[in-house]
Design a protein around this ligand. Structure first.
Ligand code: SAM
Length: 212
């Protein structure tokens, strides 16, 4: 089955029409085969305007939310990025199209393995999946130009802020267990600016600096 027309429609109707204009971002969404990151039985719904289950009670986010969070990072192509919550690996692949190196951490071994396999088969040699508690970040490859967290916590984990480079950005859902606000943080020397953006609903970030 040819999924390219569905992918083009997703980009036009769900992403570009809702205001994402960066051509590099749009091209990344035209390129990454989202249907290969969802369970085989759900491939027919891979380009729908909604999140989808990926196993272990987790989800791949709605395409527009992935695009919105990606667009906020304003990536130029030479950055090293940290993602927390690899899940299916789809967001990591999108970041891999737009940045030089992507490190992505997942706490579920099965999800990490499946994502890693899919990314390797598609040739994303610049995307590295790590198994572990992402709330602690990944100090060995820090500092990062951007940190994207795709699960929600009551507050932004301090280690993730500490691992940002100067002017680096962090995007993450912050709030209650069943409803949060997307927050954008930017490092300025030893200080941080933060903005609260839009309401969202993400699965919980579990770990030392997240939910129990
Ligand atoms: N970015 C993913 C994608 O493109 O498919 C979607 C991520 S899903 C909404 C959130 C993921 O965060 C889940 O796979 C969950 O297991 C993971 N997660 C939750 N807490 C974590 C932690 N402390 N460290 C790493 N991953 C975590």
């Amino acid at each position: 089955m040819d999924y390219q027309p569905a992918r083009e429609d997703m980009v036009d109707a769900q992403i570009a029409r809702r205001g994402i204009q960066d051509e590099r971002v749009l091209e990344a969404f035209r390129t990454v085969p989202r249907h290969l990151f969802v369970p085989t039985k759900d491939r027919g719904r891979a380009y729908a305007d909604s999140p989808l289950p990926i196993g272990k009670g987790q989800t791949i986010s709605q395409p527009y939310i992935v695009a919105y969070m990606t667009d906020l990072l304003k990536l130029q192509g030479d950055e090293t990025i940290l993602e927390i919550g690899t899940g299916s690996g789809y967001q990591a692949a999108i970041l891999g199209e737009l940045a030089a190196e992507v490190h992505s951490i997942e706490r579920h071994k099965k999800l990490a393995n499946t994502a890693q396999k899919c990314l390797a088969q598609l040739g994303y040699d610049n995307v590295h999946v790590h198994l572990g508690d992402g709330t602690q970040g990944l100090p060995e490859f820090a500092p990062y130009a951007a940190v994207m967290v795709t699960a929600a916590a009551p507050i932004v984990p301090r280690p993730l802020l500490d691992q940002l480079e100067d002017n680096g950005k962090l995007i993450m859902p912050v709030g209650e267990r069943f409803g949060q606000v997307l927050e954008l943080w930017q490092r300025q020397g030893e200080d941080f600016n933060s903005q609260r953006l839009v309401p969202v609903a993400f699965v919980p970030l579990l770990g030392e600096h997240g939910w129990d």
